[in-house]
Write a protein that binds this ligand. Structure first.
Ligand code: URA
Length: 263
């Protein structure tokens, strides 16, 4: 009779026989797609793909490396990544530490895991700011090439802004660091401008308005690409929903399949 293989060999063989990864419905449920039962139905309906192939029930995935998509949009399968939407109040700075001892945006969100702001808002600007520990997504959002637009509501001095000034804001304004790219500008009320820009230059909206003779009195960022939230109170934050995260990934990637979350 052949001798028994050493115990460690038996153990290795056992491990090789065991399926790896997590059950797909468990992963989907963990990132907010509903109960495991509901997630099984999503899979059975053929709405879930893994690395581009329609998944079948019982499929296991490695959340770190497999690209899981529902209806063509990637899901947030990296449990270590967090994305917060903060409504920054005035007086709070967008740096990690302020030399003047002012509160920072990091004082308003959980300490762990450590996150960083995507782009910046001036201390005197209010509104939406994204904080994340997802460096790849942050780079893409911040890069003007990916065209994630940002919308601001600006209350300006001098009352109604004339048509000529609105046109200049739309077509490009000469600033000391060059002409601004075309912007979307409307005036929902006299002296209140809704401005959408794709660039992220320092104090850009304030400088644009000043350049056309209407310094900004109050500035609020109301949208970052697909992200908006009128109910979030100043100083409050919340995690992005999976749908928001997916929309953001689509906005920066054009084709979500090009967004490689395994690197
Ligand atoms: N433009 C500004 O002028 N300030 C901000 O904080 C953001 C955009």
């Amino acid at each position: 009779m052949a001798p028994e293989p050493p115990l460690w060999e038996q153990w290795e063989a056992e491990r090789a026989r065991l399926p790896g990864g997590e059950r797909l419905q468990k992963v989907l449920a963990a990132v907010g797609w509903g109960s495991r039962r509901a997630c099984e139905e999503l899979i059975a309906a053929g709405r879930v793909t893994v690395n581009g192939e329609v998944a079948v029930l019982g499929r296991r995935v490695d959340p770190e490396h497999d690209l899981v998509e529902v209806d063509g949009a990637p899901i947030g399968v990296r449990p270590d990544l967090v994305h917060y939407l903060l409504n920054k109040p005035t007086g709070v700075v967008t740096t990690a530490r302020d030399t003047h001892g002012r509160p920072t945006v990091l004082d308003l969100v959980p300490v762990e895991p450590r996150v960083f702001p995507v782009g910046r808002l001036d201390a005197d600007t209010e509104g939406l700011l994204l904080l994340t520990n997802d460096g790849e997504l942050a780079n893409r959002i911040a890069h003007p090439r990916h065209g994630v637009d940002k919308e601001y509501l600006a209350e300006v001095e001098g009352g109604r802004v004339a048509a000529g000034a609105l046109r200049r804001l739309r077509e490009g304004v000469e600033l000391d660091d060059g002409v601004t790219a075309p912007a979307e500008v409307s005036q929902p009320e006299p002296g209140v401008l809704r401005i959408t820009i794709h660039e992220g230059r320092n104090r850009q909206v304030r400088r644009m308005c000043e350049a056309v003779g209407h310094p900004v009195r109050r500035l609020v960022r109301t949208r970052i690409g697909p992200l908006t939230d009128r109910r979030l109170a100043p100083g409050a934050w919340r995690p992005l929903t999976v749908e928001e995260w997916s929309a953001l990934v689509r906005a920066v990637a054009g084709d979500p399949r090009r967004y490689d979350r395994s690197t």
